[in-house]
Design a protein around this ligand. Structure first.
Ligand code: ZN
Length: 247
């Protein structure tokens, strides 16, 4: 099976469309979204509709949870909070109902999808270091790979079975990794709608479970158009500006 992995879309429909266009040529069998369909961006309802129409595997992100009132928003910085409150007003009852029904994890074959860490998935702990990854690996049991988002940085953590050393691999555009037997992996596909690794291009991944290759793709999109839409609806400047820097 060939999976297209699209995480942290964050209401950025222009980036989502660009990524889906890019993935078209790879004949993806199914899409996986490790959470945060909404929050930050100007088109949350449209992004929900688009993802629902893909019949994607979707798990709950922290912004999704906050928007549908499944999580305390006091935890967020003031700009994210403002965007969450704005996003709530843009969604229909049906959209909110759909967000509320999203599971925290989804497992298939030897893989599991979660927004952040498998350690207390409902707490959305970040995986940004090998020590964060270690805790997640401890919850993987016999699963081969854990597919995540949340940090908005495309990277992979690898641990050989029975060993404690963990390697962190930064994944650039086009960068690919073949999963080996006897190793466990945490695969982060980066963010479609708000990358934070200094590269403003939308990030997505291809994961082929036949060849066992995980590949990162970076896709340019019309950032100005998204900024215009955000300005028009009064979303915070800092969220508008960061898109062009990818931070
Ligand atoms: Zn996010």
């Amino acid at each position: 099976m060939k999976y297209g992995v699209i995480s942290d879309i964050h209401g950025n429909l222009v980036a989502l469309e660009a990524v889906l266009e890019e993935l078209k040529s790879f004949e993806v069998d199914r899409f996986i979204c490790p959470g945060d369909v909404v929050g930050y961006g100007p088109n949350p309802a449209e992004c929900i509709t688009r993802v629902r129409n893909l019949d994607a595997v979707v798990v709950l992100g922290n912004h999704d949870a906050a928007v549908c009132a499944e999580m305390d928003i006091g935890w967020f910085n003031p700009f994210a909070r403002e965007a969450i409150i704005w996003t709530r007003d843009q969604l229909s009852e049906n959209d909110i109902k759909w967000l509320k029904m999203l599971p925290l994890t989804y497992d298939f074959d030897q893989y599991i999808v979660v927004h952040s860490s498998l350690a207390e998935p409902q707490a959305f702990h970040y995986i940004q270091s090998t020590s964060d990854a270690k805790i997640c690996f401890e919850h993987m049991d016999s699963l081969r790979a854990c597919i995540i988002g949340h940090s908005h940085v495309a990277e992979v953590y690898v641990r050989e079975e029975g060993k404690s050393a963990i390697q962190r691999i930064a994944m650039q555009d086009g960068g690919e990794l073949r999963l080996e037997c006897d190793y466990r992996y945490i695969l982060n596909c980066g963010s479609v709608g708000q990358p934070r690794d200094g590269n403003p291009y939308a990030a997505c991944a291809l994961f082929d479970t036949d060849t066992m290759v995980f590949q990162i793709r970076r896709v340019p999109y019309d950032i100005r158009e998204v900024q215009l839409r955000m300005r028009k609806v009064g979303l915070p400047d800092i969220l508008i500006e960061r898109l062009e820097y990818g931070v």
